[in-house]
Ligand binder design. Structure first.
Ligand SMILES: [Zn+2]
Length: 212
């Protein structure tokens, strides 16, 4: 305790819990086979991080989806940059200095973080299956916060954070009944602990109407 016994008090007198000094979690480098074909960019170009969930049951399946070549011209596919598994392990599929395809309209300026979570799998667009019921694990959220703090330190222009569902609000016909519409993207969904994450990091929520 410091002089006056107020060492842990914030500027407005609130007491914030002290976090132990933990070594940074290891980041496993697992580059996608087409990583080198993704467009390069300077780190300074990145001002946004987008939070996703995989909407598949495990990291192995997320990897198979990520490896699929969907764009014949560039022979690349869709993936985030970073994946956080349920046990808190961190995996880098694409370096931040490459543009990954994870959020329509926002890719050149952003990095994408994918949390492993079943989401609506396997009936993503079924109108009767739109709940996102799997909670994120404690290890996942702790690892995510550490990753966000690390990116904030490493990417000089990083300022904003958003959920994929806020940036892509497209409605599409439901797979079970074309007269109904469902959201193409719902991740990270209602169980993502925004309040806790925002308290721990120095980034602003991006409002979809914000100018670039
Ligand atoms: Zn997403």
């Amino acid at each position: 305790m410091g002089p006056g016994g107020r060492a842990a008090a914030g500027p407005n007198g609130s007491i914030r819990p002290m976090l132990p000094d933990l070594p940074p979690a290891p980041l496993h480098l697992d580059p996608l086979p087409y990583e080198a074909r993704l467009e390069p960019r300077p780190r300074e170009q990145i001002d946004l991080v987008v939070i996703h969930c995989t909407e598949v049951p495990d990291l192995a399946m997320a990897r198979r989806f990520g490896e699929r070549e969907l764009y014949p011209g560039s022979r690349t596919g869709n993936s985030g940059h970073y994946y956080v598994d349920r046990d808190g392990s961190l995996h880098q599929y694409v370096a931040a200095e490459r543009v990954a395809n994870h959020t329509r309209g926002y890719n050149p300026r952003s990095v994408g973080i994918e949390l492993v979570n079943t989401g609506r799998f396997p009936n993503w667009l079924d109108s009767r299956h739109q709940a996102m019921e799997e909670p994120y694990t404690e290890a996942q959220i702790v690892a995510l916060i550490a990753l966000l703090q690390r990116l904030r330190a490493e990417l000089p222009g990083l300022r904003f954070i958003a959920g994929h569902e806020e940036l892509d609000t497209t409605l599409v016909a439901a797979s079970d009944d074309a007269s109904l519409q469902v959201h193409r993207k719902r991740d990270p969904g209602p169980l993502f602990p925004w309040e806790r994450v925002m308290e721990a990091i120095d980034l602003q929520r991006l409002q979809p109407g914000d100018a670039l």
